[in-house]
Write a new protein. Structure first.
Lengths: 298, 263
């Protein structure tokens, strides 16, 4: 820090006075090092945060200095107003109540859909009987957008918790099912042959060879599902709910509370980020043997 | 080719001991067909307990099929294959399979297990770690026990695969071109390691290779397979280590002449 500020001083001096060129030359290597450091800070591990921060700053500027016509300005809120709204929601405890119920719906749905996806994926990929019996059906069903089921789901389950959990479960089932199936089918046949010649059969073969071999693919399915999980929940909560983040936003719309609507959207973004972060960590722990997950690989 | 090696693996020069822990194999009139195409034609072959056999031949001559028959990965279309235990009794297919270990051209290590866990694969005893470490030490890789296979070189991976095979104290070790993908120098080291382990463990070894010099350097007996039949059966009576080219070269020449005479 000291050296870089010293360099900066010198360069300022060099511009104003023509004489002291020598000290700059002495410090030249330090200067290149510090620029490298700056580049590292800009584009290193935290580099992904610059663009969102810049966009946030732009948003605040537009709102504070009224850089848009009044007709547009009344439809957006400024970041500090959104934060203010968020602070109020946190202080009153309202946010946690809605967030809790939303998270519960999301993860309950993911758990049910994921377990069924994993189970059926393993069944159809390892046992030919189940493959012929079920795979065609699943391939047909997966082409139906699961959100198209909403009218039917409302008829079946009303606007209860079950409706939302069901929709999330259906949405998350297929990515995990397909990737489990694909992962198991693509486990290296040579490894399986080797394991069999080393007396590994049945459960041991599955646990030591097939499941670890399919795991990278299964985790890809989980990450897909996490995205679908939030998407489904948002839609379901927006259409019919009396609690949850989606309800918070829809309720705010009725009172034209733009700041709360925007805050709800931000919460969804954060939740999505958090879920993906957890999935990445899981990959890192479970796939630590994989060359692409070793030492500094993202 | 076989210049004297300063490798630490060089085995003491001695002829195979009489006491053997290997299977004896006997094949009579063995035929193997794939869709009416005879890959193995009326093969008769008798392998003594503790022999080191090298099988050479062109690609597609049936040598790998022969190995897979002996590993019971394939069944013969007709003919008789028997394995005799050390007590000279015919073995059940089950016992035969359990006392046989197979090594492939690719290492086939499980990438999600450490080197040590790979070596201990299929061991169920509580002291498997100690056993696996000992087997790793035998191939000179004890210090890599906790690494992932992806961190090893090709030659090191094959050594781990070799340790994984010998840990089960096999009586028959089947090698399907295990050194084919290695560079020339690593291959020389591995040949010496194979001979060393064979001399220590006294199992029967059958090595399929298309490297004639590798066959002559390592084996007791070189068998040339030509179009599913035995084209040449050559005993190699030189002591180990066979690093004198003037002695191995004439034997290589015999095999090469026979191979080239056909085509």
């Amino acid at each position: 820090m000291k050296t870089s500020s010293f360099v900066a001083d010198n360069s300022v001096v060099a511009v104003s006075k023509p004489l002291p060129t020598k000290p700059i030359r002495v410090n030249a290597p330090v200067k290149t090092l510090s620029t490298r450091k700056v580049v590292k800070i800009l584009f290193g591990r935290t580099g992904g945060w610059w663009l969102p921060l810049l966009m946030l700053a732009g948003w605040q500027l537009v709102a504070s200095f009224q850089l848009l016509p009044e007709a547009y300005l009344k439809n957006i809120s400024s970041p500090n107003a959104v934060l203010q709204a968020g602070y109020e929601l946190i202080k009153s405890g309202e946010l946690w109540q809605h967030l809790g119920i939303s998270a519960l719906r999301a993860f309950a749905g993911l758990l049910i859909g994921g377990l069924f996806g994993l189970g059926f994926g393993l069944l159809t990929s390892t046992l030919p009987v189940f493959r012929t019996l079920l795979d065609t059906t699943f391939q047909m069903l997966r082409n139906i957008p699961h959100l198209a089921l909403i009218p039917l789901v409302i008829v079946w389950f009303g606007i209860d918790e079950a409706a939302k959990v069901f929709l999330v479960a259906v949405g998350t089932f297929f990515p995990i099912y397909l990737n489990t199936y694909h992962g198991v089918r693509n486990v290296d046949k040579h490894l399986v042959e080797m394991a069999k010649s080393y007396d590994l059969t049945g459960w041991a073969l599955f646990k030591e060879v097939i499941l670890p071999g399919a795991l990278p693919s299964i985790l890809v399915g989980v990450r897909f599902s996490l995205g679908i999980m939030w998407l489904t929940l948002i839609v379901a909560e927006t259409i019919s709910a009396t609690t949850g983040i989606g309800y918070l936003a829809m309720h705010a719309r009725e009172f034209f509370q733009i700041d709360i609507i925007m805050f709800s959207i931000l919460v969804y973004a954060l939740l999505g980020f958090l879920a993906d972060f957890i999935a990445k960590k899981l990959e890192f722990v479970w796939l630590k043997w994989h060359p692409s997950y070793q030492q500094g690989a993202h | 080719m076989s210049t004297p090696l300063s490798a630490p693996l060089s085995a003491p020069s001695r002829t195979p001991l009489k006491t053997s822990a290997g299977l004896a194999l006997s094949l009579t009139n063995v035929v193997k067909k794939f869709d009416n195409r005879e890959v193995i034609k009326n093969l008769d072959l008798h392998i003594q307990s503790g022999d080191f056999i090298a099988i050479v031949g062109h690609s597609g001559c049936g040598k790998s099929t022969l190995l897979r028959l002996l590993a019971q990965l394939e069944t013969a279309s007709s003919g008789e294959l028997t394995a005799m235990s050390i007590a000279n009794q015919a073995m059940s297919p089950q016992a035969w399979r359990q006392s046989t270990r197979l090594m492939f051209q690719d290492d086939r290590l499980l990438p999600w297990k450490t080197v040590l866990e790979n070596v201990g694969l299929g061991l169920k005893t509580p002291d498997w770690k100690a056993q696996a470490l000992k087997a790793l030490a035998e191939v000179g890789l004890a210090e890599r026990a906790d690494d992932w296979p992806s961190a090893l070189s090709g030659g090191q991976k094959q050594r781990v695969a070799l340790a994984r095979a010998i840990i089960h104290r096999p009586q028959l070790l089947l090698l399907d071109e295990p050194l084919g993908a290695l560079d020339a120098l690593t291959r020389l080291d591995m040949q010496q390691l194979l001979v060393k382990l064979w001399q220590e463990h006294r199992f029967t070894v059958i090595l399929v290779t298309h490297d004639v010099s590798e066959a002559v350097i390592t084996a007791d007996r070189v068998i040339l397979i030509e179009q599913g039949k035995i084209g040449l059966d050559l005993p190699i009576l030189l002591p180990h280590p066979r690093n004198n080219m003037t002695k191995t070269a004439p034997l290589e020449q015999i095999v090469l002449d026979k191979i080239l005479a056909v085509h």
